[in-house]
Design a protein around this ligand. Sequence first.
Ligand SMILES: NC(=O)C1=CN([C@@H]2O[C@H](COP(=O)(O)OP(=O)(O)OC[C@H]3O[C@@H](n4cnc5c(N)ncnc54)[C@H](OP(=O)(O)O)[C@@H]3O)[C@@H](O)[C@H]2O)C=CC1
Ligand SMILES: O=C1OC[C@@H](O)[C@H](O)[C@H]1O
Length: 337
Amino acid sequence: MSSGKLIRWGIASAGKISEDFVIALSTLPASDHQVVAVAARAQERAAEFAKKHGIPTALGSYEELAKSKDVDVVYIGVLNPQHYEVSLLMLNHGKHVLCEKPLAMNKKQVEGILAAAKANKRFFMEAVWSRFFPSYQHVRQLIDTGALGEIKDVQVNFGFPLANVDRLQKRELGGGVVYDLGIYTIQVSQWAFQEPPQKIESTGHTNAEGIDDDVSTTLTYSGGRTARMRISSREKLDNKAIIKGTKGQVTLIDFWTPNKLIDIDGKEKEWLPPKGKHATNYANSEAMRYEAEAVRQSILAGELENKTVSYADSLLFAQIEDTIRKQIGVLNKYDEQ
Ligand SMILES: NC(=O)C1=CN([C@@H]2O[C@H](COP(=O)(O)OP(=O)(O)OC[C@H]3O[C@@H](n4cnc5c(N)ncnc54)[C@H](OP(=O)(O)O)[C@@H]3O)[C@@H](O)[C@H]2O)C=CC1
Ligand SMILES: O=C1OC[C@@H](O)[C@H](O)[C@H]1O
């Protein structure tokens, strides 16, 4: 660590979400967060990215980033099938890590990553950024204080027309709507119920390559309470999460990136993150600033995990994803290893 409160980020991949994460960091105080290096599979791409964002070092491999002495924590924005190997690479070189969702291709890989984090005594977190929004923190409070009563039902839909996005549609790129969008609907249900589901029932459709592109799942919790979810890369859905309790309900609007909610009193409540210097590739990515600051706080406190997205959370997310994929018949080579 270079100073009392500064953390120095390295960025693994020069892709879209990596760029958005750097833009989000630029909205935080430079005395707290600095991006010191970016690495890509090709040096030129890293150099172009570094030039645009004023990053001092551009590296032509993730290995060089892992070995860098200037980096405290690595943000991993590579494609899904590479999350496992790049996480291990960084952890085994003593870096703290924030890795994009879905953490890995199955629960077994998640276990391997978490074992490496523990063995190396390094902070590790799956980048489930939604949970760090002020709106999610508000919902947490409503649940924990009993203001919503007993949570009975969660209804959540997440869909966009993403048929032309290769990383969602192609098996070798880690495609599948369960991996890409399902993680969000699962995590919001778990945010509400705070216990593992007792039953998981899914039906789904696949694309011509046999990759899931529209899936409906019901998670049943104790006492017959349910979360009903639909995810789709075929069409736009309402993208809301409605959390109903015995005393009231709350609705997260655009629930994966919710600046807004409809509160228990029926009124809208809004929190807006500041804009960065550049436009982002994905909607509202500046709000990744909340998770970035949580990572800093955890690292400064010497924590290996953050309670908002804990190791146990990531293991359960992966287990639910695995079960859904199995139920709809979308398994892949990682499931056989
Ligand atoms: N939190 C959020 O809101 C979002 C999260 N994501 C997650 O971020 C990750 C990356 O998504 P996104 O940035 O959209 O992806 P990109 O298509 O921008 O690719 C990201 C990086 O992956 C590497 N890559 C690209 N193609 C290949 C390939 N064929 N083989 C191996 N590596 C390849 C490249 O790394 P290099 O630059 O080193 O060449 C590329 O820059 C995914 O895991 C996704 O789930 C995505 C969108 C939003
Ligand atoms: O994380 C994500 O959030 C927004 C979606 O458009 C994208 O496909 C997904 O990766």
